[in-house]
Design a protein around this ligand. Structure first.
Ligand SMILES: Nc1ncnc2c1ncn2[C@@H]1O[C@H](COP(=O)(O)OP(=O)(O)OP(=O)(O)O)[C@@H](O)[C@H]1O
Ligand SMILES: [Mg+2]
Length: 260
């Protein structure tokens, strides 16, 4: 039996008089990854923010991990914090999201336990997660500036996943990285999500990037999902003209194998 982890129905979001998302529907079962692609301004990050509960929908229904996000703001602080833990965002730019004054160990300890943030108490889990994301254990005592962009993104991935979320929203997490490093991070994501059975929304403007980690693809255009389908179908038999245009424009970035 499969359970639905993300259920978005007729979602509409406006900022002032500008409608950014209209009548958007998306269902994702537990353990699956949907890749969301679309050009700049199509509304991908807005959708991500609705899912993590930082932008309120104007219309429609959004249920993530059995929580109605429309009512999230009216819940207790504890419930909101619990939601934020279960539904994690991996940030695009790990440099600005990692505190320069905290060691990697402190950052991970704080993710696990924001109140005490005691590295010693959670050292085993920190070491385990550093290893899982391909960083040496001594990274624990070092600071973000001592790492490369790709390594910092590994730290950001560990920070989001160490709390064992039910749902992960990854918004352009490789777009700031060199192509060869992008491929390594995508391999890492593919490996980790397989092991943990994570449910993931993986956002990128690059179809080849999305293909590498997704089961399904949703194509966004001007605030709507114009096509959604299994990865193979989208690539072999795109139905919407905009999907066809994306495929023509982006036959695969260097280093990517479309037959993956
Ligand atoms: N807080 C806001 N106030 C007003 N307009 C906003 C706000 N956030 C986003 N928008 C507008 O909503 C539209 C969608 O933006 P969004 O960031 O969701 O697009 P995106 O698909 O993530 O683009 P990109 O690929 O560049 O990241 C854009 O026209 C943007 O200018
Ligand atoms: Mg965006």
């Amino acid at each position: 039996m499969s359970s639905v982890m993300i259920d978005v129905r007729s979602l509409g979001v406006s900022f002032g008089s500008t409608r950014v998302l209209h009548d958007l529907s998306l269902r994702l079962e537990a353990g699956r990854t949907v890749g969301v692609v679309g050009e700049s301004g199509s509304g991908k990050s807005t959708l991500a923010k609705v899912l993590v509960g930082v932008v309120e929908p104007n219309t429609g229904e959004v249920v993530v991990a059995d929580t109605d996000v429309r009512r999230l703001g009216r819940r207790s602080r504890r419930e909101i914090q619990a939601y934020r833990r279960r539904v994690q965002m991996i940030p695009q730019d790990p440099f600005s999201s990692l505190s320069p004054r905290r060691t990697i160990g402190q950052t991970l300890a704080e993710a696990l336990d924001p109140v005490r943030a005691n590295v010693r108490r959670v050292e085993d889990r920190i070491v385990e997660w550093l290893e899982r994301v391909g960083l040496p254990a001594d990274a624990m005592g070092r600071y973000p500036h001592e790492f490369s962009g790709g390594q910092r993104q590994r730290v950001a991935i560990a920070r989001s996943l160490i709390v064992e979320p039910s749902v992960v929203i990854a918004d352009e997490i490789t777009s700031a990285l060199d192509v060869s490093v992008q491929a390594q991070i995508l391999d890492l994501i593919a490996e980790i999500k397989q092991g943990l059975g994570l449910t993931m929304v993986f956002i990128s403007h690059n179809l080849a990037v999305v293909q590498r980690v997704s089961d399904m693809v949703a194509v966004m255009y001007h605030g709507e999902i114009v096509e959604v389908g299994a990865v193979e179908q989208i690539y072999a038999d795109p139905r919407h003209w905009y999907t066809k245009r994306l495929l023509d424009a982006d036959p695969g970035a260097p280093g990517f194998d479309l037959a993956w």
